[in-house]
Design a binder for this molecule. Structure first.
Ligand SMILES: *Cc1c(COP(=O)(O)O)cnc(C)c1O
Length: 398
């Protein structure tokens, strides 16, 4: 590690809360699918800021929007109408079956809005005094107190008790457990169609079919967390579209403003009646600058047919990963993915492999100690994937 890096690292440790186990890399600048460290070394970005910079770093079209909008209007609060916010809402609604949007600033906040809307709709519109939200073990819904209570990971909750009440967790893919957990008392089931943080796990179709039948029977709401899997990441605009149903509520954030913080909650027109003026609010949500940027992001996703591109690239990546698996059946346990949510699960702890990949100039995530998780920019090129596969092949041989 260079002297520059060591200096930054110790300054960070002396000034920033110790909440992150960081990789030994300081990113100084980025462009497209490339990152550069403090010493000018180049990296291929296969993580995109954790599925955030979907269109690649520093897009010229977005820079133009940022410059123009900054001069025109940045933020006035939600006490006022803003053209940019309405335009973005209309663009989002054109991609799905939802009827209304609530804008906020992060994934956790979008999920908080979803939980609040589900409960308030049931009580105030349906007249049903139900509050329980059922979610999955190993899910990830965010770190705020409500989203954390929904997140089925005791290790993330440890030390923060008492957690918000009214949450229950069931094992992944277990139809019997789902059937046993829901009833007339259930307010909502909250689910990621492809679990991200837990290592790229798509929901089994039978489980989703059972969920839809049980919704019909008991009248609970389905909240889909699209924070990571939404916005073309899985090869459809929304991950729930792989399963052909309409969620009552779904949430989005990570790549919505391609690197600027933004979140949104979308609901059917009916369920959205659970919020009335004053029920819920945020200062920054849907501000003019960020909305203008997100509008351009949606335009580009539609114009460049990113769902189609991602579906094709995802197939390409998986085919390459399967070849690698065939070459190293003792080193690789499993490869899987949907679109550009990809995982190579190693047979043994992968810290050394992950570190060697970083040294070779490839940035990606190591999840749960053994899973190489790739969430590349949606505009990643085949040549970058091939270079990564070649590097990993060499590392696994060595
Ligand atoms: C990242 C993530 C969140 C939390 O988003 P933040 O913006 O970090 O609050 C919630 N749900 C899923 C599925 C995520 O991947």
């Amino acid at each position: 590690m260079s002297e520059k890096f060591e200096k930054l690292k110790s300054a960070e440790e002396a000034s920033v809360c110790h909440t992150y186990g960081r990789y030994p890399l300081a990113v100084a600048r980025a462009k497209g699918c490339r990152l550069w460290d403090l010493d000018g070394k180049e990296y291929v970005d296969l993580l995109a800021g954790i599925a955030v910079v979907g269109l690649g770093h520093s897009r010229p079209e977005l820079l133009t929007v940022i410059n123009e909008q900054y001069e025109k209007l940045v933020q006035v609060s939600n006490l006022f109408y803003q053209e940019e916010q309405v335009a973005l809402a209309e663009k989002l609604l054109a991609t799905c079956e939802a009827g209304r949007v609530f804008f906020c600033n992060s994934g956790a906040e979008a999920n908080e809005a979803a939980i609040k809307l589900a409960r308030r709709y049931m009580r105030k519109v349906k007249g049903r005094d139900v509050s329980e939200i059922v979610s999955l073990l190993d899910s990830f819904h965010g770190r705020t107190m409500g989203a954390l209570a929904a997140t089925g990971q005791p290790k993330l909750q440890d030390g923060f008790e008492p957690l918000a009440g009214g949450f229950a967790h069931i094992p992944f893919g277990d139809v019997c457990a789902l059937r046993a957990a829901v009833s007339e008392r259930t307010c909502a089931v909250m689910v990621e169609m492809v679990q991200g943080e837990s290592g790229i796990k798509p929901q089994p179709r039978e489980w989703v079919d059972a969920l839809l039948a049980l919704r019909q029977e008991h009248g609970f709401l389905i909240i889909v967390d699209e924070v990571q899997a939404g916005l073309c990441r899985t090869g459809k605009f929304w991950s729930h579209q792989h399963y052909g149903f309409v969620p009552d509520i779904f949430t989005v954030s990570k790549s919505l403003a391609n690197g600027l913080p933004m979140g949104a909650m979308l609901a059917t027109e009916e369920v959205a009646t659970g919020f009335v003026p004053g029920s819920h609010a945020t200062t920054f949500g849907g501000g003019a600058l960020i909305s203008a940027v997100a509008s351009k992001v949606i335009d580009i996703m539609v114009e460049e047919d990113l769902p189609g591109r991602v579906a094709e690239m995802g197939e390409f990546c998986l085919a390459e990963f399967r070849k690698l698996l065939a070459k190293h059946p003792d080193k690789i346990a499993h490869v899987r993915g949907v679109g550009l949510m990809l995982a190579i699960e190693l047979a043994n702890p992968g810290q050394d492999v992950h570190r060697a990949l970083l040294d070779a100039g490839f940035v990606l995530n190591l999840a749960h100690g053994t899973i190489l998780r790739l969430l590349p920019p949606l505009v990643i090129e085949k040549a970058d994937i091939l270079a990564f596969v070649k590097a990993l092949d060499g590392i696994l041989k060595g």
